[in-house]
Design a protein around this ligand. Structure first.
Ligand SMILES: [Fe+2]
Length: 299
């Protein structure tokens, strides 16, 4: 199209170079027209690229960690940051995937309920998965609710059989795992690594559930084997092909601690991209909702 326009305007361009006034006006019109076409083409391409990046499925990501402390291989499913989103009738799109993966237990590292939305879908998911051992800690969105609402929500979860961890731990003797839950901290850690280490009481494989991932120094000093977090939503928008998130709270642009299994030296942190569909009105781009599974295998 561009070449055709240029070819058609070639005679006029020649006259324009000889200072013909009428041709000056015509060339200006051609340039304005071409600019409009280029802008329209760019906007169409940007719109198409954004539409192609909208979530179209739930990703399932599998990880593996070897541990001498474990009694036998255990599969842990991570459901994070649901933010009361709905995935089909009775949350069937999540539930069917979890059943297929057959985890031994499920952990929920926060923001399952959103303070600004109806909590129904979150409780629907929990009751559909009631046959699995479920472990939960609060995220910042649950912390934002008033105290009486929070107490009611947590009681409801406990009534559904969920282990609500609030600075305490549960030992799973059959697997050789201890899971502790740390309260949802603010922009900085508000307890010491020693205090967090004291949540554990055994030498089994130690897992710490803690909503925010952005305390790598703090976490590396906690006496545990694995930290499981969410919160960053993978950076909300991700750059395709290089698999990099754009922005995460606290960490800022191009965050490192927004997804994946990251070695911190003495221990590791697994960060789920979470299940929320959008953040307020901002959709996820090139960043499908995610369920993580981590197999702890005996070595
Ligand atoms: Fe969060």
């Amino acid at each position: 199209m561009l070449l055709k326009t240029l070819a058609a305007s070639a005679p006029c361009l020649m006259r324009w170079m000889t200072d013909d006034a009428a041709c000056h006006i015509m060339v200006q019109k051609i340039i304005i027209n071409m600019n409009k076409k280029i802008i329209t083409a760019c906007m169409t391409a940007a719109g198409a690229a954004a539409a192609a990046g909208l979530p179209f499925r739930i990703d399932e990501t599998f990880y593996r960690i070897a541990a001498p402390e474990i009694k036998h291989q255990t599969r842990i499913c991570v459901l994070s940051d649901l933010h009361s989103s709905t995935f089909g009738k009775n949350q069937k799109h999540i539930v069917e995937r979890v059943h297929r993966a057959r985890p031994d237990l499920i952990v929920m590292p926060g923001d399952i309920i959103d303070d600004k939305k109806d909590s129904g879908p979150a409780f629907e998911l929990v009751s559909e998965l009631g046959d699995y051992p479920l472990f939960y800690v609060e995220g910042n969105h649950e912390r934002r609710m008033t105290d009486d609402v929070r107490i009611r929500q947590k009681q409801k979860l406990k009534d559904l059989g969920v282990h609500v961890l609030e600075d305490n731990s549960v030992i799973i003797e059959t697997s050789g795992i201890e899971i502790a839950g740390l309260h949802s901290m603010h922009h900085q850690p508000d307890c010491t690594p020693d205090r967090a280490s004291q949540l554990f009481s055994s030498r089994w494989f130690r897992i710490l559930l803690s909503h925010r991932p952005w305390y790598p120094e703090f976490y590396s000093k906690v006496d545990c084997d694995l930290i499981i977090s969410g919160h960053a939503h993978g950076g909300q928008w991700r750059i395709p092909f290089i698999n990099q998130g754009i922005y995460a709270p606290q960490e800022g642009l191009f965050p490192k601690f927004a997804q994946g299994l990251i070695d911190l030296g003495p221990n590791s942190i697994l960060i789920s991209r979470g299940l929320n569909r959008r953040k307020y009105f901002i959709p996820r781009l090139y960043n499908n909702p995610e369920i993580c599974y981590i197999d702890i295998i005996k070595n």
